[in-house]
Each structure stands twice: as structure tokens, then as C-alpha cells.
Design a binder for this molecule. Structure first.
Ligand code: ZN
Length: 432
């Protein structure tokens, strides 16, 4: 950490939980707009979730996704493999190209039910018994990772890439019971309640290989905000109570990662107003202000519960997370060291992301500004934090020594970013 002339220099941040929607739902976001949003938000590395329209649950789908991403990304991107328990035979191949596996515990496929603990154990065993072959032997990008000198390793790397699950009350207990038997690193995503975090704290105290993340929306919003946000305040898990929020802040030392869970949907999808609004086919972000105004005009005429029920879950977060955290620093609720721990050090250990001293961000810690949906890079063009005054603005971003972002402008072409390869060693876990 370096502060010179009010400019704070930090390592490029890592967001291990984003949904870039590409391929399949590129009207919401794509690899270019999503990674541009990442850079604008101070993130140089992000890890994309597998729940695309056609889920990334086969090696073939994974390869297709990687090929699409390579051409569009402007920051570095890693991927998770998805599973509901019916694709165990794909794990071996997929493990060479992903950063971890994401399990969808509440999904049911045919006769397979993730509520069945035996199935969960089977998945854990299958994932932990497959090893990655060698990160050097499989260059995925024409960039720095494909050095000719590197020879394929003869022995498989002893690496256990993490399993990710949602923190969802009863399922937290279930998963912890499986981790007690099969000790593979398990990451609980977006912990939102005191109940869930208490169980995780207990498991951590029992020395289980467990980590967890929280989202900025659960740190900065509560269920009360749904009244004003309407459908824009609907996400999974839902915004919790003030008490839950306070518990998260009080127990930040047990939280390993802040993850944005960037999950864009269009304004039309959130509001079901498609038929009544002027939408530019070519520029879905155009007229967003008009649409948001329309929404507030309409709010009184809509039955809120009904509207909220039909609304897709999720909010964007890549561009607002760091400004919110820096604002908390300026209010002395957080330290800069906490941001480094939660948004860089721990995610890099958990997900095996190599440090690069030339990958960094510069922040004007004194610049105060109002979050405005019109200046966001995310294709969805809105934010639950629209109109919030924040303090601390990302001015420039460097990736491997190249300036990629400067004062609101992306300076590199699509395809600049590289695809991350699995690199996590077991010993990393012990240092968290
Ligand atoms: Zn998510």
C-alpha cells in the first residue's frame, strides 16, 4: 500500500464471484462490458460463475465459453465448473481449466437430489480425487502463460481446487457435515445472516478447510431498502435484517472475501415494463434514465409483492464495491488493510491467483462523487447504489505493467485479458 499526493496504490483486486452472462444472455452483459466494468471498479481479475443459459457443466461447453471469452476480455478471467451432481465424469477434464467447482445444492436433476448427503459426498470425493495435470503444460492464451520453455510436468500437481456452495441455512449444516468427512476446501458464497455465519465460525474454529464471502449489498443494504428499491432490491440471498447486517460487520475477521456477486439483469427484466417502454434494440442501455423514472412513476400503481415475485434475482456490483468499501474506510468503519485482505490477499490464496507486482490500481482517496448509472460500463446500466455519495475513485489500472484504464476510459482492446489456469496448492489453504 502506497499513498502519494492522496493517490493510493493497491494491488489489482480480485472478485471471485461474478456472472458475466456470456454466452447465452449477452443482452444483460458480455465478456467485454463485464470486464470493462471490472477494470472501472478496480478489479483486474474476476472469476465467472457457470450458470449460463446453458450451464457450463460439460468440458465441451467450458471450452466454448473460454474461446468466446478470449476474444473479448479486457481483464483476467477465471472460470468455475458447474454441477448438480450428474456430471462427475466430466470433472477430470474440466479440472485442468477451472479455478473451482460450483455446486447448485437446491437444484434437482432427474432422480438426483442435492439434499441427499450421499450424493454430496460422492461429488466431494469425485472432485477431490481428480488432480490437475499441469498448469504449464496447458497454455490457454497466447500471452505470458504460453512460454515455450515450460515443459509439461510428468507428475500431476497436487492441487485441490475449492468447491463453492451457497450459504443457505440448512444447507450450510449439510455441507459442513460433509467437509468434516472429506476435507476439501469449501467456500461458502454470499453469507448474509447471523445464523449462517455462526455455523461457519464454529466450523472454522474446528479447523475445517472452510472459507466464506459476503457481498457488498449485504454489508450496505438491509431488507428495509427493498421498500425503496422495489425489484432492484431483489437478490439471492435476500437482503437481511439490520441485526444480520450488524453481525456481519462485527465478525468481519471471520469473513475471508468480499465478492460482488455481480449479477446483471436489464431494467426491463427487473420491472416487466418491456411492452410499455421505448427500448433501443441496438443500445439496451440507452434511455435507462427515462426507464428508471418511469419505474418510480409506476411504483405506486404496481402491486409490489406481485412485481417482486416475478423479478429475476441479482444486482450488478463490480463498479460500486470498491467505492463503497473506500467510503467505509473514510468513515472509519473499515481499514485499507481490510480491503487488501478481503479483496486481494485472501481471494488470491483461496483461488490460487499468482501475484504480479505490475498489476495495480491507483485511487484518489479524497475524490467524492455520486454513483450515477449513466457512467457505468455494465450493460445493464443500473445500480442499487445509484445516487449514493461515495469517497474514493479509481483513476488508473495497470495489468502486467500496461495501463488498461485511465480516468473512465478503457485503453486496451478486447482480448487483452488472459484466462486463468488452475494453480491452487493445498498448502495455500493453511495460510488463510
Ligand atoms: Zn452468484
Amino acid at each position: 500500500m502506497l499513498i502519494r499526493n492522496f493517490m493510493l496504490t493497491l494491488p489489482g483486486l480480485i472478485d471471485p464471484h461474478v456472472h458475466l452472462r456470456d454466452p447465452g444472455q449477452t443482452h444483460k452483459e458480455d465478456f467485454y462490458t463485464g470486464t470493462a466494468a471490472a477494470l472501472a471498479g478496480g478489479y483486474t481479475t474476476i472469476i465467472d460463475m457457470p450458470n449460463n443459459k446453458i450451464p457450463i457443466a460439460t468440458f465441451a461447453r467450458l471450452n466454448e465459453k473460454i474461446a468466446i471469452a478470449k476474444k473479448k476480455i479486457v481483464c483476467d478471467v477465471g472460470f468455475y465448473f458447474g454441477s448438480v451432481g450428474d456430471n462427475l465424469e466430466e470433472f477430470k477434464k474440466a479440472k485442468n481449466k477451472v479455478i473451482g467447482i460450483k455446486l447448485y445444492l437446491n437444484e434437482t436433476t432427474g432422480n438426483l437430489k442435492m439434499t441427499d448427503l450421499n450424493l454430496l459426498e460422492k461429488i466431494f470425493t469425485a472432485w477431490s480425487s481428480t488432480k490437475i495435470i499441469s498448469s504449464q503444460s496447458m497454455p490457454l492464451h497466447s500471452g505470458i502463460l504460453s512460454t515455450k520453455k515450460s515443459k509439461p510436468l510428468k507428475k500431476p500437481l497436487k492441487s485441490k481446487l475449492p468447491i463453492l456452495v451457497h450459504a443457505e441455512e440448512k444447507r450450510v449444516e449439510d455441507v459442513i457435515s460433509v467437509v468434516r468427512k472429506i476435507k476439501i476446501h469449501t467456500h461458502f458464497c454470499h453469507v448474509s445472516t447471523a445464523y449462517d455465519l455462526k455455523q461457519i465460525i464454529k466450523a472454522k474454529e474446528d479447523n475445517l478447510p472452510i472459507s466464506c464471502g459476503v457481498t457488498p449489498h449485504h454489508l450496505f443494504l438491509t431488507e428495509k431498502d427493498v421498500e425503496t428499491l422495489g425489484p432492484f432490491g431483489k437478490m439471492k440471498p435476500p437482503l437481511a435484517t439490520k441485526k444480520d447486517q450488524e453481525f456481519l460487520w462485527k465478525n468481519l475477521k471471520y469473513i475471508d472475501v468480499i465478492e460482488s456477486d455481480h449479477a446483471p439483469h436489464t431494467v426491463e427484466e427487473k420491472t416487466h415494463k418491456k411492452d410499455n417502454l421505448t427500448i433501443s434494440q441496438h443500445n439496451p442501455v440507452a434511455n435507462v434514465n427515462e426507464r428508471l423514472n418511469y419505474l418510480s412513476l409506476e411504483k405506486s400503481q404496481t402491486a409490489p409483492d406481485k412485481t417482486i415475485d416475478k423479478t429475476p434475482f441479482g444486482v450488478p456490483g463490480l463498479e460500486t464495491t470498491l467505492p463503497l468499501l473506500l467510503t467505509a474506510v473514510s468513515e472509519k468503519r473499515l481499514k485499507i488493510e481490510d480491503i487488501i485482505r478481503l479483496c486481494y490477499k485472501n481471494p488470491s490464496k483461496i483461488f490460487g491467483i499468482k501475484a504480479d507486482p505490475q498489476t495495480k490500481i491507483e485511487i484518489d482517496i479524497h475524490q467524492s462523487y455520486i454513483i450515477n448509472h449513466k457512467s457505468l460500463f455494465t450493460k445493464c446500466g443500473w445500480s442499487p447504489f445509484d445516487g449514493w455519495r461515495v469517497k474514493g475513485k479509481v483513476k488508473s489500472v495497470f495489468v502486467r505493467g500496461t495501463k488498461v484504464f485511465d480516468n473512465g476510459r478503457i485503453l486496451v482492446k478486447p482480448g487483452f485479458g488472459i484466462i486463468l489456469q488452475p494453480n491452487r496448492q493445498d498448502s495455500d489453504r493453511d495460510r488463510i
